[in-house]
Design a protein around this ligand. Sequence first.
Ligand code: SAM
Length: 174
Amino acid sequence: MTKPKTTDGPRNLGGLREGEVAVALPARFDASLYYIGRIHTPWKRREDCPKNPRETPAECTIVLDPRWAGGLQGLETVSHVVVLYWMDRARRDLVLQAPHHYPERRGTFALRSPVRPNPIAVSVAQLVRIEGNKLTVVGLDCVDGTPLLDLKPYFASTDSVPDASVGWHAGRKR
Ligand SMILES: C[S@@+](CC[C@H](N)C(=O)[O-])C[C@H]1O[C@@H](n2cnc3c(N)ncnc32)[C@H](O)[C@@H]1O
């Protein structure tokens, strides 16, 4: 077993914040995937992005690889799309994190941070229009050029859980 790296203590180790813990990544991948397009947003740097998709009214453009454009048939009828994307600038080895806007240390799987073993992000975006292989949406939080993994219709009837809660976040605005 590889000893986890930690920054418990004052010094900074390998770009970790104090209290963060990194582990050795597995020696090989278990699967591969296709980027099916790119997401174009107004934000060039991570620090300029909204922290979550509800923070911004900005229109973003999803450009699907034309080979997959046939798969959009019927999607024009939906109001909201589940967008899955690949946070390609995130490190993948942290199990405990202290995001700068939530300074308490928490487990990776208790957070929506892009830093995770498989840096897959999810947002429910409002679909404004589809033109060919381009979708205009509102409700994304990623840097310009972020790879797209998948699109699915959002079903309020099955996806919405209005009384869901996150205890550690209770009382915060965002
Ligand atoms: C907190 S995450 C939430 C992502 C998604 N809505 C989710 O819940 O899975 C959003 C942040 O990820 C960072 N980010 C955006 N694009 C990124 C990318 N391509 N690679 C790594 N980090 C990115 C930005 O700091 C942004 O504010």
